[in-house]
Write a protein that binds this ligand. Structure first.
Ligand SMILES: *[C@@H]1O[C@H](CO)[C@@H](O)[C@H](O)[C@H]1NC(C)=O
Ligand SMILES: *[C@@H]1O[C@H](CO)[C@@H](O)[C@H](O)[C@H]1NC(C)=O
Ligand SMILES: *[C@@H]1O[C@H](CO)[C@@H](O)[C@H](O)[C@H]1NC(C)=O
Ligand SMILES: *[C@@H]1O[C@H](CO)[C@@H](O)[C@H](O)[C@H]1NC(C)=O
Ligand SMILES: *[C@@H]1O[C@H](CO)[C@@H](O)[C@H](O)[C@H]1NC(C)=O
Length: 446
């Protein structure tokens, strides 16, 4: 009897210690336990074909949960502040250091009732809606954000991110953001005010983040990891970073942002594709399209807002021709194309593999450390069901004069784990996770 009582007392004791330890952790924003990172979920909307995350602010006078579009190429974070009434919110004044760090470039005023997003003599930062191409200057402010830690397997506990900088969206920029509930945008570009940079520096984590884009949110969510691994993809045992291949993130010397100062490089993520192969055979096209010209035109970038990879028309034409030829050798029957795709097939003539439809592989041959590395696209990364019994090559024509020759889009990135290491400028990428019986859609337990 006595032993059992003391046993229970011991359990309660440890339970309390655990609570104390966790609450302590929650109060100390700079101390994440070793081998933990910060985690945000990713959902895919099958109608808009866009990827979203959710974050929240819980502050005196206001609790707000924001569904925000993930834009790898955007510079900052913004959301609808109209119902935001936190008393801890602070606007940044014109010309302040915070304003400079956030690339603030104008001074704003406002004639309406003062609220977050409406004040005088305030730092204005540019924000851009890539779908409507609407550009505006918005009030820069800061408040305490909440973020959850992860050990790569579980989402563990909420932490405070004090002085998180964002701008307050005006009504017009929200118009035409895809997704009815979308109230903001999360930028992950190479800036000091991207979601990843702010979180890494707030927690003293390595300047790294990783994306695992889900092909569907039916069986769970994808992941944004900030601060490095480990990366576990249930039910597989083991850290996925052990299967990374690596390629340099190259800098486009000419800015691709809607507003930039003269001579500044692009803060989007470019990689160096050296050639493209289908079933191991070179696709031949003008290779000077793969590098930047003096105006920063050309090259290959990674985008989370382009639903499908987009190719310069002359690359697209050759790739399509070679893909159809290889598919025909596999007795796959071509059918009438369904726009915007240029090559569609009778799905009854395509067998199945672990990565999806068994079609010819497309390899992007990338610059590596000593030898080149291949980003292999196969199965469901290549095909999309355009209508019943019709599978199309999920790559589209970018026209004859695109700014960027290859824009690697969402469909091709799904179910690969991609790690952007900003200190070394290296992209780590796994083969399709489907090959190891997992994916980027799963539930992370609390
Ligand atoms: C914001 O909070 C203040 C103080 O609590 C209150 O007076 C004001 O009415 C609130 N505004 C909105 C829009 O909720
Ligand atoms: C900004 O200044 C103008 C002119 O002094 C004033 O009318 C307005 O109410 C102020 N706006 C805010 C949000 O305080
Ligand atoms: C996806 O986007 C569409 C179009 O905006 C919207 O109607 C729908 O509610 C969204 N689905 C989810 C699950 O949010
Ligand atoms: C290849 O493309 C570059 C850039 O668009 C162009 O200047 C060059 O003339 C092209 N070369 C050939 C052989 O078509
Ligand atoms: C994946 O699952 C299949 C079928 O359950 C099994 O045959 C295969 O060995 C598994 N592959 C890996 C890499 O675990």
């Amino acid at each position: 009897m006595a032993t059992s009582k003391s046993h229970i007392a011991t359990l309660i004791f440890f339970f309390l210690i655990t609570i104390v330890a966790f609450s302590y952790a929650a109060l100390d924003p700079n101390k994440l336990p070793k081998n933990t990172a910060i985690h945000f979920p990713i959902r895919k909307n099958q109608t808009t074909l866009q990827y979203y995350t959710t974050f929240d602010f819980l502050n005196p006078g206001s609790f707000i949960v924001v569904d925000a579009l993930i834009d790898l190429g955007a510079q900052s974070v913004w959301f609808d502040c109209r119902s935001y009434n936190s008393s801890s919110y602070k606007r940044a004044s014109c010309g302040s250091n915070k304003c400079k760090k956030a690339m603030g470039s104008v001074c704003l005023g406002c004639n309406l009732t003062p609220r977050p997003g409406c004040s005088n003599n305030t730092c204005g930062v540019f924000a851009y809606n890539p779908f409507t191409e609407y550009l505006t200057a918005q009030e820069l402010g800061e408040d305490t954000m909440r973020a959850s830690s992860t050990d790569g397997r579980y989402v563990l506990i909420d932490y405070d991110v004090p002085k998180f900088q964002f701008s307050c969206a005006d009504e017009d920029i929200l118009q035409g953001l895809p997704g009815d509930n979308t109230k903001g945008l999360v930028g992950l570009a190479r800036t000091q005010v991207s979601l990843a940079s702010q979180i890494s520096s707030s927690f003293n984590l390595p300047p790294k983040f990783a994306l695992c884009l889900p092909s569907s949110s039916k069986n769970g969510l994808g992941d944004i990891f900030i601060g490095g691994g480990p990366y576990y993809m249930p039910p597989v045992i083991g850290d996925q970073s052990s299967s990374f291949a690596r390629t340099p993130l190259v800098v486009n010397p000419v800015s691709t942002a809607p507003v930039s100062s003269e001579g500044s490089p692009s803060d989007e993520y470019f990689i160096s594709v050296k050639q493209i192969e289908i079933n191991g055979k070179h696709v031949s096209f003008n290779s000077s399209l793969l590098s930047f010209d003096k105006n920063g035109v050309g090259g290959t970038k990674i985008s989370t807002i382009a639903p499908y990879t987009t190719l310069h028309a002359s690359i697209y034409k050759r790739l399509l021709k070679d893909f159809v030829k290889e598919a025909t050798l596999k007795k796959i029957k071509r059918v009438t194309s369904v726009a915007p795709f240029g090559a569609c097939f009778d799905s009854k003539t395509i067998s199945k593999s672990i990565t999806g439809p068994a079609v010819p592989d497309i390899d992007l041959v990338l610059e590596g450390n000593m030898v080149s590395e291949k980003f292999k696209l196969s199965g469901s990364n290549l095909m999309v069901e355009a209508k019943k019994n019709v599978l199309c090559l999920a790559i589209v024509d970018g026209g004859a004069e695109p700014r960027t020759s290859i824009v690697l889009g969402g469909h091709q990135l799904e179910d690969h784990l991609l790690e952007f290491d900003l200190s070394t400028s290296i992209l780590g990428f796994t083969p399709s996770l489907l090959l190891s019986n997992t994916s980027c859609s799963h539930y992370r337990l609390f």
